[in-house]
Write a protein that binds this ligand. Structure first.
Ligand code: GAP
Length: 435
């Protein structure tokens, strides 16, 4: 297969309705994207799989959904107002702005190619601002959250008390986050509005190293379990000068994107930094009392923090493949069936009424359990190709023999093998395939 480019994958995403440029009919808004019918299913499936493995399948993690707009004091206490910055330079020649730490040559503008035209670097705060209420005054200024994590820390005591939780336990959240990135780009990889999947795991301080190792492994395995190629994934420990202001140790799960290794998720040891800060700034007691040990202390926190939109993009890239069938190139998205937007496509061989009726009946049955599509237009070959290209694991074809033998043909996306299955046993057959 030829080397996959960013252009190939973004073209497929746009052509098939996974992702559209935001505000496209007005010329587009840079670095903002809308998820189309297929993209929204894929993104939702990624988030559902994360929630399943992080919350539903564990007896020590619960979920929350906190507000995007929080008191400004939250971001003062967390340190974001002071230090959530990227170093930025501006080119005096073309006025382009760049993140200093991402420049290949610290003197050369990648936009116009001139050297020696950069201004002095300055720290640019990444938080997006708005105002609450009708008056645009300083005292009404609020930030859109740049991470979902703080919504968890400020609810630590609410959740612990109402759910009678004992250490160790985690609180998970999926939701939108906003950062005024200086250099957004690489399609949906780095955007100013995106979604995160984060979990704060609270534990005794002396157990934090063990949990750090546990979550690094668990998070790496999550990607491979959902079919991501292990050779395209690695865990990389941060150097001490890379660490965020709250972290005593971080390891990134990185993916081999078309432009090289880049971050998918960070697993950080946040120590007791956030709970201490919020206790100090709010005056609330955010310590934990361990009855058995008769001790009161601030729990330490291990945080696996993943990007939902970025991870979805990585799954899309990883699933992309091309092969040759009858001298024609076939594009296939080899998505794990748990992530595929449609699980089954039901395709009548012809548009004739006698085939449409059983097609609708079968579709109605399958739709009760799975996201499916019925497609009646174009030749059967072209319809198979389209389903391959959007990652549908199974196609069910209703043909004229079906009217006689009460059976349909089930075609497997990856092997292209076909099997005749009785209509009465179709749901059972598919249940085994789509466990
Ligand atoms: N609470 C910790 C935290 O937010 P982070 O490494 O800044 O850590 C976590 O963000 C994840 O969120 C990243 O690994 C990435 O997947 C995603 N993410 C961060 N900035 C993003 C952006 N501008 N666009 C898309 N995803 C982003």
């Amino acid at each position: 297969m030829p080397e996959l480019t960013l252009e190939t994958i973004s073209n497929l995403a746009k052509k098939r309705g996974f992702v559209f440029q935001s505000s496209e009919i007005y010329g587009g808004l840079r670095s903002a994207y809308d998820y189309g019918p297929l993209g929204v299913e894929l993104l939702r499936n990624v988030k559902d799989q994360w929630w399943r493995s992080m919350v539903r399948e564990r007896d020590d993690v619960v979920g929350i959904d906190s507000a995007i707009i929080q008191a400004r004091k939250v971001w003062q206490a967390s340190g974001h107002e002071q230090v959530f910055t990227d170093p930025m330079v501006e080119c005096r020649n073309c006025n382009a702005r760049h993140r200093t730490d991402k420049l290949a040559d610290p003197d050369k503008c990648p936009t116009c190619g001139k050297t020696g035209e950069f201004t002095e670097p300055r720290d640019f705060n990444l938080m997006l601002r708005t105002h609450m209420g009708p008056v645009e005054a300083d005292e009404n200024m609020v930030y859109l959250r740049p991470e979902t994590a703080q919504g968890i820390f400020i609810n630590f005591e609410n959740v612990r008390r109402t759910n009678r939780l004992r250490l160790p336990f985690g609180i998970a959240q999926i939701g939108k986050a906003f950062r005024n990135e200086i250099t957004p780009g690489q399609f949906v990889f780095r955007t100013r509005e995106f979604e995160q999947m984060e979990m704060e795991f609270f534990c005794r301080p002396e157990e934090s190293a063990e949990w750090f190792d546990f979550w690094k492994k668990a998070r790496f395995d999550w990607y491979t379990d959902l079919g991501m190629t292990a050779e395209n994934l690695r865990l990389r420990d941060h150097e001490s000068d890379e660490l965020s202001h709250y972290s005593s140790g971080t390891a990134d799960v990185e993916y081999l994107f078309p432009w090289g290794w880049d971050e998918l998720e960070g697993v950080a040891n946040r120590t007791d930094f956030d709970l201490r800060q919020h206790a100090e700034h709010s005056g609330e007691d955010l310590t934990y009392f361990d009855q058995e040990a008769d001790e009161r202390f601030f729990p330490h926190v291990i945080e696996p923090a993943a990007g939902a939109t970025r991870t979805t993009f990585a799954f899309l890239i990883d699933a992309y493949s091309e092969d040759t069938v009858n001298d024609e190139t076939r594009t296939v998205l080899k998505l794990d069936h748990r992530l595929a937007p449609y699980k089954i496509a039901v395709l009548p061989l012809s548009k004739k009424a006698e085939l449409i009726e059983p097609t609708q009946k079968i579709a109605a049955e399958l739709r009760k359990r799975w996201m499916i599509e019925v497609d009646v237009t174009q030749s059967i070959g072209r319809r198979y190709r389209r389903q391959d290209e959007i990652g549908t694991p199974y196609c069910v074809t209703v043909d004229f023999d079906s009217l006689e033998d009460n059976a349909v043909t089930v075609r497997d996306r990856d092997t292209m093998e076909q099997e005749r299955v009785g209509m009465d046993s179709l749901v059972g057959f598919m249940t085994e395939k789509l466990f």
